[in-house]
Design a protein around this ligand. Structure first.
Ligand SMILES: NCC(=O)CCC(=O)O
Length: 332
């Protein structure tokens, strides 16, 4: 589209910026509570929570507290909540069997949320890393992360989450062929209405550091995830992966991290026009919070501006640790 504009002084673009009223009328993108997905951390125990040191304002909660938090989120109008389990070394094994245990932390949390806050959509994470002794998203054989055997395990993990009542499955593992395998298993096991939000373009990023502290993965992880997550220099590959995941049965797609990858969000939205999400990851959150705590940035303003940026880049929603803070602000 090429806008037709007069030349100066007939055109004075500042006219439309002169008052809050005119700016509001002309504003193309806005952030609403409907755009938010709230990632939360669940841990073992009862009626307890512990702060995540590298993510000021974020806590890990026991299942009962997760249920309360979900109800609070539902009351704020937040449409979805995404569960990540905190797992110590004792939950981690070579065969990752806990990942598809019907009573693992995630599945307990799904049931508790469904009970306490039935209207909020429950999203999960599918990857073996919380239960893997070496912290990888897939099985490791002779130093290599193996694809096809991992996909079989991811299918079991997804089916257990669907059986527990998850509304949105989020395969974040970046193995090849997992979306198709999960989709056909859901079909044949009677879970045809369960949606898949594929982490289609997930980059091997250094912005995940605080998250790995939050879920207890920092100590477990050996090496890096560069053989399965995307190279930060690539853009066209993201479009190929999104297209593939859509063809395999994803309902929604995600770009991750968020702020450094807004170009990818825009290209994905323009190319496919499907529900597109970005994950404003832990490092992005930590960065903004640290600067705000030092008085170097206005925390509230940069929070809102950073999230509006995702809307402008074409996203339909954002996974953000700021979700409840933003919702409260938008609701006042
Ligand atoms: N699979 C989930 C993540 O890797 C989250 C990353 C983050 O928030 O840094």
């Amino acid at each position: 589209m090429k806008p037709t504009i007069a030349s100066f002084p007939a055109a004075r673009p500042r006219r439309m910026r002169q008052s809050a009223a005119l700016r509001a009328l002309a504003r193309q993108n806005t952030l609403t509570v409907d755009d938010l997905i709230w990632p939360i951390f669940v841990m073992d125990g009862k009626d307890d929570e512990t702060p995540v040191a590298s993510m000021p304002g974020v806590v890990r909660r026991t299942v009962d507290r997760i249920a309360k938090a979900a109800l609070e989120a539902q009351n704020l109008g937040i449409p979805a909540i995404c569960i990540f389990p905190y797992t110590g070394l004792e939950a981690r094994t070579e065969d990752c069997a806990m990942a598809w245990d019907p009573d693992n932390l995630t599945n307990q949390a799904i049931r508790a949320i469904k009970d306490a806050a039935p209207e909020i959509a429950v999203m999960t994470d599918i990857a073996l890393d919380p239960y893997n002794i070496n912290g990888h998203d897939g099985f490791v054989e002779n130093g290599k992360i193996v694809n096809d055997r991992t996909v079989e395990a991811l299918v079991k993990m997804g089916l257990a989450q669907a059986a527990a009542g998850a509304d949105i499955l989020g395969p974040s593992d970046m193995m090849d062929g997992r979306i198709g395998a999960i989709r056909s298993a859901l079909e044949s096991e009677g879970h045809q209405d369960v949606t898949i939000l594929s982490y289609a373009a997930k980059y091997a990023s250094s912005f995940y550091g605080p998250f790995r502290d939050a879920v207890g993965a920092s100590a477990a992880l050996t090496g890096d995830k560069k053989t399965y997550q995307m190279d930060p220099g690539n853009a066209d590959e993201a479009l190929r992966l999104v297209e593939r995941d859509l063809q395999e049965g994803a309902d929604m797609v995600m770009v991750k991290p968020g702020m450094p990858y807004l170009d990818i969000c825009r290209r994905v939205k323009d190319s496919f026009g499907v529900p597109t999400y970005a994950y404003q990851v832990s490092g992005e959150y930590a960065m903004l919070q640290a600067a705000a705590q030092n008085g170097w940035l206005d925390g509230e303003k940069v929070m809102m501006e950073s999230l509006l940026g995702f809307k402008r880049a074409g996203c339909d929603g954002i996974l953000t640790y700021f979700a409840t803070t933003v919702a409260r602000l938008l609701n006042t």
